[in-house]
Ligand binder design. Structure first.
Ligand code: ADP
Length: 179
């Protein structure tokens, strides 16, 4: 993990989120919670088959119709270095509809869950910016606003935004504070 920028409790880094050491990582899952490509696939591979079992249990109990966009659900981290995985479902980008509040909900709800469990270190991937097609520049703006509005009220939590490439980390930093 390489740190690009940090302030008091927000870290912008480049790296593989499956190697993050802290209380929890957030997974950019899909509604089915069955695993998938991208970061979801990487997290399932690193956590081991127990993670899929735990996700299936969530489907049988709390979320029989699947996890709605913007919602969060937590499982153990199994073989990951973190004790917990917070699964969330980002919006699929659409030119015809503003889904920024759904993307903000993913981050907001994960932060609230982390607060509830008194986590001190949490990492997010760049939700929706891969297969789901959300432009990284627009996502940066949304994520920065949520952090600015929410983090001050959770004083014990440090958040790492983990980008998969240096270019992605730079796009975030160049667009996070656009206004
Ligand atoms: P979504 O379906 O929500 O768009 P993706 O997994 O396709 O999710 O992509 C989300 C982001 O996660 C992308 O920027 C992608 O480059 C990044 N990513 C993929 N694998 C990893 C990983 N192991 N660690 C951190 N980020 C990752």
């Amino acid at each position: 993990m390489k740190i690009y920028w940090q302030d008091d409790r927000l870290i912008v880094a480049e790296g593989d989120i499956t190697r993050f050491e802290g209380d929890a990582i957030v997974n950019a899952a899909n509604k089915s919670l069955q695993g998938g490509g991208g970061v979801d696939g990487a997290i399932h591979r690193a956590a081991g088959p127990e993670l899929l079992e735990a996700c299936r249990a969530l489907r049988r109990t709390a979320w029989p119709d699947g996890l709605p966009v913007g919602e969060v659900a937590m499982t153990p981290g199994f073989r990951l270095p973190v004790a917990h995985v917070i699964h969330t479902v980002g919006p699929v980008f659409a030119k015809s509809e503003d889904r920024s509040s759904q993307l903000a909900d993913c981050y907001r709800h994960a932060l609230r869950l982390a607060e509830k469990h008194q986590f001190t270190r949490l990492a997010f991937p760049a939700i929706s910016t891969g297969i789901y097609g959300y432009p990284a520049e627009a996502a940066a703006n949304i994520v920065a606003a949520v952090m600015r509005d929410t983090l001050p009220a959770i004083p014990d939590l440090t958040v790492t935004l983990m980008f998969f490439s240096a270019a992605d980390a730079e796009i975030f930093l160049n667009h996070a504070f656009d206004g």
